[in-house]
Design a protein around this ligand. Structure first.
Ligand SMILES: Cc1cc2nc3c(=O)[nH]c(=O)nc-3n(C[C@H](O)[C@H](O)[C@H](O)COP(=O)(O)OP(=O)(O)OC[C@H]3O[C@@H](n4cnc5c(N)ncnc54)[C@H](O)[C@@H]3O)c2cc1C
Length: 434
């Protein structure tokens, strides 16, 4: 193996890059992963649900050794107004046994390090503290990367870009559409340390069970986005994430939104006593399926967030799509290697693999989700507020006869909701959001 040429160079040791590296290394490919952080995960942040179906295929029974936090048995979706909450609460004993519904909380600084070590053990070389500054072209073909180190050029048969949401290299090379405030969410997240016993008592959990709660409506002041609380082993992740366009439109600062959310009377008791141990902000791509690029060109493939592969629906999945795309890119490379053809045509099986999988089927299904919410704002603002008010008022106990309460609430709905618009919206929502 020469020091300046590898069969594959991967930019970024996040979930997508490492899944690709692990698959390639196991197949005996000379693979170099270049990561700008001090170690894999050092610069990585997510809310915290690791969807682990692909991971379980790569590392069977990973939960026995991987530094995941808790397996999630309780999921809750909550609508808030200024003083009340209404929740849909799912808790299942089925999620309490392997494979734990493929849903774990995790902290990336621990998890990514472990995941990268699996790729290293399989034979991948991972270089940290090195930023890829540019792509090297040979005519139209991507032929390698230029790093910030002296003598920092590395050539490759194929470059896999796994650089995450801030996809500067991919954009500069014209391989994907530029970022815009309407296709990026900005998220702010805080990790609050709490003793495990308090977390378990407070969230009604036993042992290593975990809870994931997502909040809508008033929690994010009617913007397109959500707030969340996830339980880790001895900490809680709390955060908010909304379209950048909405922050600009409402002149709201993300950190103020998080402060207000944390102070809500239904939220503050869950966080009480927690000591801040981490505070960070990051972007999430919300590209629509309609806007995805080809995802590959001669000598290069895009995987994970830099390819825009995030499910923007209520499922909020990115981790599993990142890993799946890494595996598909690795498999496409292996096929191209057999033919000795790393041209765009030679790598085209990457897109075919994605298209044939749940990844593109899900993205295609939810292709209009964000656009629908942006153009039907009642779904993120008026309707959640109204639902909370109606249910709160229906169960408010005073001397009013129940029949009068019912009549008052029906009148309120008639005053505030345009019936035929709602029917049309529900019809569209059925196809775009569900
Ligand atoms: C706040 C937040 C909450 C989220 N919550 C969830 C959730 O609960 N569940 C879920 O499934 N998904 C969630 N996501 C999305 C999920 O985190 C991503 O989809 C996933 O991490 C994408 O993996 P990736 O490997 O593509 O990118 P990343 O994990 O971002 O990794 C990119 C890597 O590339 C490195 N890098 C970037 N540029 C360079 C360069 N030029 N040179 C060298 N290295 C470079 C970075 O340091 C990083 O290590 C969330 C995202 C955010 C931001």
């Amino acid at each position: 193996m020469s020091s300046d040429r590898f069969e594959v160079v991967i930019v970024g040791a996040g979930l997508a890059g490492v899944a690709a590296a692990l698959t390639l290394a196991r197949a005996g490919v000379e693979v170099l992963v270049i990561e700008r952080g001090d170690f894999p995960g050092a610069k990585n942040l997510f809310g915290g649900i690791l969807y682990s179906g692909v991971l379980a295929e790569l590392v069977p029974d990973f939960w026995e050794e991987a530094p995941v936090e808790r397996h999630i048995v309780n999921r809750r979706w909550v609508m808030l107004n200024e003083d009340s909450q209404v929740a849909l609460d799912l808790k299942s004993a089925r999620f309490d046994a392997p494979p734990y519904n493929n849903t774990f909380t995790a902290l990336r600084s621990k998890f990514d390090r472990w995941f990268a070590a699996q790729a290293e053990q399989a034979g991948a070389l991972i270089i940290n503290e090195t930023t890829v500054e540019d792509l090297i072209f040979d005519g139209d073909r991507v032929a390698g990367v230029r790093t910030g180190r002296d003598d920092g050029d590395v050539l490759a048969d194929c470059v896999i870009l796994a650089e995450g949401a801030n996809a500067l290299l991919s954009e500069a090379a014209g391989l994907r559409q530029p970022m815009s405030p309407t296709n990026r969410v900005n998220a702010v997240k805080e990790v609050l340390a709490l003793p495990p016993e308090i977390i378990e008592d407070r969230f009604h959990l036993e042992g290593n069970q975990g809870a994931a709660i997502e909040y809508f409506g008033g929690a994010v002041k009617g913007m397109v986005g959500s707030a969340f609380i996830y339980t880790n082993r001895d900490s809680i992740s709390v955060g908010v994430g909304c379209l950048i366009d909405d922050y600009l439109r409402t002149k709201t600062a993300p950190y103020e939104l998080l402060d207000d959310f944390k102070a809500h009377p239904a939220v503050a008791p869950l966080l009480r006593g927690g000591e801040t141990v981490e505070y960070a902000t990051k972007m999430i791509p919300e590209d629509s399926y309609n806007d995805l690029s080809d995802l590959y060109a001669a000598g290069v493939m895009l995987v994970g967030d830099c390819a825009g592969l995030v499910n923007p629906s209520i499922h909020h999945e990115g981790t599993n799509l990142a890993m799946a795309s890494g595996v598909f890119a690795a498999e496409a490379f292996l096929e191209a290697r057999e033919k000795g053809d790393f041209s765009a045509a030679g790598l085209a099986s990457y897109r075919r693999r994605l298209d044939a999988s749940w990844v593109m089927k899900d993205l295609a299904h939810y292709r209009n989700a964000v656009h629908f919410l942006r153009s039907n704002r009642e779904f993120v603002d008026d309707y959640p507020r109204l639902v909370v008010e109606l249910i709160r008022d229906y169960f408010t106990i005073d001397d009013t006869p129940k029949a009068d309460v019912r009549r008052r609430l029906i009148r309120k709905v008639r005053d505030e909701v345009a019936f035929f618009r709602l029917v049309r919206q529900l019809w569209q929502a059925r196809k775009t959001l569900v």
